[in-house]
Write a protein of this length. Structure first.
Ligand SMILES: NCc1[nH]cc(CCC(=O)O)c1CC(=O)O
Length: 425
């Protein structure tokens, strides 16, 4: 009997699949459901995860009309632990581990994740196989319905108003810019958080959510304002707004499958972001904010950055580091680990020659929990390969450390230990 029967998986019956979960039971494949072209897709069972997986399914079906796909959904430890503070778990594969085991056991062929919930260090036999085109990576402010129209931004909220968010990254950055506000945990999936906000009895005047999640659920009409660096707002989480597909290393069948649906620009941007985070050894719950943006190589991004300069000079001015590629010898082992991720699947077919020469800007920060200390960097680099994307993230991390990021993160490590002990009590 198929192991799928043993696993706490729910096999979807609504996705036009005609093969039951027991597909591996000994029955000969018919011509229309050839087992060799059946792919088993794993997902968490939350509504958001299901919508995301359906988006990937649509891409796959369009690219491979005669292939057959089955969706298997399950609850993970993260889904089952809404009450326990997320930072207590650090970043220990809370949302991914159970699904990964099924991937390793070949009960699944690929797993669809919100990239921001995917640990930067994956099990050795698994890898990030593909990243599809990114949605809006920003965070958004959602105001309580009875306050809509009255307040349009965080700055307008009265002194002492409570803003709901459970993310240290969001809280720390917002404390920095909006010391008049109070911050409180709000847990659960997006629908739950919105209903907590909407309850007139609740303490929240507003909550912060990712734009991408709201948009995928068709709830972006709830957005009061977008929070981006440009409006004194904040930097988003590493990988936010993108979907990542995790696969077994060396699975050529799946590599070929995914080669048609990846987005190379998104892949390079998020590889740089993940390399930054991995180098700083921060998990999803530490206050590292980031923003990446592709810009034309010619043309000047920022008026302060010297009109008429050669791109290399502009780069140097912005970052203080030379554009030349760092030699492999000078890389630390953590960076070499980081580089491993660049061996992800997929082809570069979605980048034409001109776009290959475009440059990636990365703005990144590490902020203390109370918002009082910050290390910030903005850097820009031409990127002709995924390896360079990885190097770029590492370079930016190095610059952040030079500006005190390691000291801030050390301080947080200490705080988290104290927080953990209080929770235990
Ligand atoms: N932390 C939970 C989470 N993981 C992914 C998303 C949706 C946005 C995305 O895919 O990046 C959300 C909701 C949120 O942060 O508001």
């Amino acid at each position: 009997m198929s192991g799928l029967q043993d696993a706490p998986l729910v096999t979807d019956t609504t996705t036009e699949t005609s093969v039951p979960a027991s597909h591996t039971a000994p029955h000969p494949p018919s011509s229309s459901q050839d087992v060799s072209t059946t792919f088993h897709i794993g997902t968490r069972s939350s509504i958001l995860a299901r919508v995301q997986t359906d988006q990937i399914l649509t891409l796959l079906r369009t690219a491979w009309p005669s292939h057959h796909f089955e969706i298997h959904s399950m609850k993970t430890a993260g889904d089952n632990n809404q009450i326990t503070a997320l930072y207590k778990f650090n970043d220990k594969a809370l949302w991914t581990q159970e699904l990964e085991v099924l991937l390793q056991e070949k009960k699944l062929d690929l797993i669809v994740h919100s990239l921001k919930d995917m640990p930067t260090q994956l099990p050795v036999d698994l890898e990030l196989g593909c990243v599809t085109k990114r949605g809006d990576a920003r965070d958004a402010l959602v105001i309580k319905p009875n306050l809509v129209g009255k307040y349009r931004s965080l700055a307008e909220l009265p002194e002492g108003s409570v803003v709901g968010t459970s993310s240290l990254r969001r809280t720390a950055q917002l404390k920095r810019h909006h010391p008049h506000l109070r911050f409180a945990d709000v847990r659960g999936n997006i629908g739950t958080r919105l209903s907590k906000l909407d309850n007139p009895e609740s303490e929240y005047s507003a909550i912060i959510l990712a734009v991408a999640g709201l948009a995928r659920l068709g709830m972006d009409s709830r957005i009061t304002t977008y929070l981006s660096k440009a409006d004194g707002g904040m930097l988003h989480a590493v990988g936010q707004g993108a979907l990542g597909i995790e696969v077994r290393k060396g699975d050529s069948r799946v590599t070929e499958l995914l080669s048609k649906i990846g987005c190379e620009r998104t892949t390079r941007a998020v590889l740089a972001e993940r390399s930054l985070m991995r180098t700083l050894e921060g998990g999803c719950s530490v206050p590292i904010g980031v923003e990446t943006e592709w810009v034309k190589r010619k043309g000047v991004l920022n008026p302060e950055v010297g009109v008429g300069m050669k791109p290399a000079e502009q780069y140097h001015k912005l970052t203080g580091v030379a554009t030349s590629t760092i030699s492999a010898d000078s890389l630390t082992s953590s960076h070499q680990k980081a580089a491993a991720e660049t061996h992800a699947n997929g082809t570069n077919t979605d980048l034409n020659e001109g776009e290959m020469t475009d440059e990636l800007i990365m703005r990144a920060l590490v902020v203390s929990l109370d918002g009082s200390e910050v290390a910030e960097v903005e850097a820009r680099r031409r990127m002709t390969s995924r390896e360079e994307a990885d190097e770029f993230g590492w370079e930016v991390a190095k610059q952040l450390v030079a500006k005190g990021a390691d000291r801030i993160l050390d301080g947080i490590g200490l705080n988290r230990k104290i927080i953990g002990e209080q929770n235990e009590a």
